[in-house]
Design a protein around this ligand. Structure first.
Ligand code: F6P
Length: 416
């Protein structure tokens, strides 16, 4: 995506003590902005430190009074910073500098270097005092890091707590005079904004306000088979076939088995008949989003792929060449779909209940790409078969996926 010509490239600089969720937040921001089309990359200073000085260093390496340790960490920070500046100067649009950056001096160095290169700087400080969350972060992420390969988990956790204590002694909370910042307390409940301007900064405020760490499933499914699926036609607003109605019933049974309390699940559909009708057996009105409607095939709506190839060969070939950016005349491209799905993604992030999304081939490919971190250009080729429920459970560093086919044999063939 183009950053407006008059707006500078953005360096997001993470701030906070270890095990507060900085890397988690950095990667989530990277995934979200990449999906929206910004060329985004995380620069993790810990990786530079490991590459230069080895993974297995004791906690005393991080003691602010340990001069050689301090110097080694500064060198790793500078190397990551210089790579980041080079990358942003070349083609990068948004870089995320993932380090503790706990002292004013370190932040001033990063800020000054980025400003000198012409980049806008946005600090994101993650603050968390909840000892249970910190301990859970240590256990779930730090112990599996290369820093503690083959170390007894309790010894590793004790060493990491000692490392945190070193940082705590040197920590200087971010001040308002240090520049634009977002301060996230807890797991995204409260975001304090200071001096932020520009479109991207505002989008990140909105995104981070809605992030949470509750593990809950999101089910993605296409509507039941439609009369257009059965005859190989694109788009339209057709009815379900008998097989499609059967799928709707199987889907309701599937969900009842997974979540016996039906009200515990949010049901979202597109505004198209085949999706809304697939939700009928749930016995309540779903939330019907226009944003979840299938890709608008414009002048090709209601045609089959074979008809397009025969009657509009140039369009057929152009789509084949670049299915991601191709826009149907008077219709949409996959790129367009991602933009209209942005509010759906934010709402999915915000919702803490399990959600069932009943939608369509192209829009589900785009949603799947977001949650599973698939490069957006690949989303037009992802398989999202009919009569299959894709269960995604987002967690700290990715997404767990299972697929359940509810009706292996369709009454008729379907166009893919
Ligand atoms: O064939 C079903 C369908 O949902 C069509 O309505 C839509 O045009 C198509 O899938 C999208 O898939 P593709 O981008 O692969 O053509």
């Amino acid at each position: 995506m183009q950053i407006a010509p008059d707006s500078p490239k953005l360096a997001v600089v993470m701030v906070g003590l270890p095990a507060r969720g900085k890397s988690y937040t950095a990667r989530r921001v990277e995934r979200y902005l990449s999906w929206l089309g910004y060329y985004t990359r995380v620069f993790n200073v810990g990786e530079y430190r490991r590459a230069r000085f080895g993974a297995r260093v004791p906690h005393s390496f991080f003691d602010p009074d340990n001069r050689p340790g301090e110097e080694a960490r500064r060198l790793a920070a500078v190397a990551a910073l210089e790579d980041m500046v080079t990358w942003l100067t070349d083609n990068g649009q948004v870089a995320i500098y993932d380090a503790t950056n706990t002292t004013r001096a370190r932040r001033a160095m990063v800020h000054e270097r980025c400003e000198r290169a012409g980049f806008q700087v946005l600090f994101i400080e993650i603050h968390c005092d909840d000892l249970d969350i910190i301990e859970a972060n240590i256990r779930s992420t730090k112990l599996s890091s290369p820093d503690y390969a083959d170390v007894d988990p309790d010894d590793a956790a004790a060493d990491f707590r000692a490392r945190i204590a070193h940082y705590q002694r040197a920590y200087q909370p971010l001040g308002e005079d240090e520049g634009a910042s977002l301060r996230v307390a807890g797991t995204g409940h409260a975001v304090t904004v200071s001096n932020v301007d520009g479109y991207l900064g505002a989008r990140l405020v909105f995104f981070l306000m809605n992030l949470h760490l509750t593990d809950r499933p999101i089910w993605l499914t296409r509507h039941g088979e439609s009369t257009y699926n059965a005859t190989g036609l694109l788009g339209g607003d057709p009815d379900l076939t008998p097989a499609g109605h059967r799928y709707a019933r199987s889907l309701a049974e599937f969900l009842d088995r997974r979540v016996p309390d039906r009200d515990g699940v949010a049901i979202w559909t597109s505004s198209l008949r085949r999706a809304v009708d697939t939700a009928t057996p749930f016995g309540r009105t779903p939330w019907a989003w226009r944003a979840l409607d299938e890709i608008n095939a414009g002048i090709c709506d209601g045609m089959s792929y074979a008809q397009i190839q025969e009657q509009l060969p140039e369009e057929y070939d152009a789509r084949k060449r670049d299915k991601f950016t191709y826009r149907y005349p008077r219709g949409e491209s996959y790129q367009d779909i991602i933009l209209r799905l942005d509010p759906v993604v934010i709402e999915l992030e915000r919702t803490r209940k399990p959600v069932l999304v009943i939608a369509h081939n192209a829009v589900l490919r785009a949603l799947y790409a977001y949650f599973c971190g698939v490069p957006r250009e690949r989303c037009p080729h992802l398989p999202i078969p009919l009569h299959t429920v894709i269960e995604l459970t987002p967690h700290a560093y990715g997404c767990h996926e299972t697929r359940t086919s509810l009706e292996p044999l369709l009454a008729s063939g379907e166009a893919l």
